[in-house]
Ligand binder design. Structure first.
Ligand SMILES: Cc1cc2nc3c(=O)[nH]c(=O)nc-3n(C[C@H](O)[C@H](O)[C@H](O)COP(=O)(O)O)c2cc1C
Length: 218
């Protein structure tokens, strides 16, 4: 590739603007509106979000997970508790999420604390998954070194035989996390890189929760 190709790539963001008048009192309500718009726009993977965690040496890492629930208190996703992300979250519950809805020229960044969902909630979601995904949760030692792909398939076949005609129980090492946000940032692309950025920050010790809303430089 011509090295100039990358530096010459440019896109102007012109679809929409983020007016103060359109903001909601709570970031949760505003997020729900943007998520609805992303779903209606039928963009690919509207619930995919980047999850950032930090390890015990303060080294960050990211990966994509799917939003599987939106509660008044938090955002839910499911994974393997022994995976790299699971181990990092066990050591440091501070995490960040980011949605990028390319077609809408929007991103949402969220920062907060993570906790595990209840076992009952993890069970309910696990049992709603297709059988193949349930077997996969058992078969995959997520984030660990695999000696070969064949061994993974062999483990899937063993588990399929083991659980033939039976309900597959949820592995203890697989379940949900809830991120409870303290900061949300909504970004709408605008022309000439003069994007709109609006941040909601949770006010400390306020009950009910109050949010400080500020506009940030693009
Ligand atoms: C669109 C998309 C959705 C994904 N959703 C999940 C998910 O919900 N849970 C999950 O554990 N991994 C999901 N993955 C895989 C993760 O990105 C990642 O590879 C895996 O969780 C291991 O991450 P870790 O080694 O950092 O723990 C998804 C990947 C993509 C591309």
């Amino acid at each position: 590739m011509n090295p100039k190709t990358l530096s010459d790539m440019r896109k102007s963001y012109e679809l929409a603007e983020l007016d103060d008048a359109h903001l909601k009192n709570t970031p949760r309500a505003f997020f729900e509106q943007w998520l609805d718009e992303a779903l209606k726009a039928k963009i690919p993977e509207p619930t995919a979000m980047t999850l950032a965690t930090v390890d015990s040496h303060l080294r960050p890492s990211t990966r994509i997970v799917l939003l599987k629930g939106l509660e008044s208190e938090g955002l839910i996703f499911y994974t393997n508790y022994q995976s790299r992300k699971g181990q990092e979250l066990a050591g440091n519950p501070h995490a960040a999420l980011q949605f990028h809805w390319v077609e809408l020229e929007r991103t949402v960044r969220i920062e907060g604390l993570i906790e595990k969902t209840s076992e009952a909630m993890s069970d309910e979601y696990f049992h709603s998954r297709p059988r193949g995904s349930q077997i996969g949760a058992w078969a995959s030692p997520q984030s660990q070194v695999l000696q070969s792909r064949e061994l993974l398939h062999a483990e899937v076949s063993r588990l399929e035989r083991l659980y033939a005609n039976q309900t597959i129980p949820r592995p203890e090492h697989w379940g949900g996390y809830r991120l409870i946000p303290s900061v949300w940032e909504f970004w709408q692309g605008r022309p000439s890189r003069l994007h709109d950025r609006v941040r909601y920050q949770k006010s400390i010790n306020s009950a009910p929760t109050a949010w400080t809303i500020e506009r940030l430089g693009p």
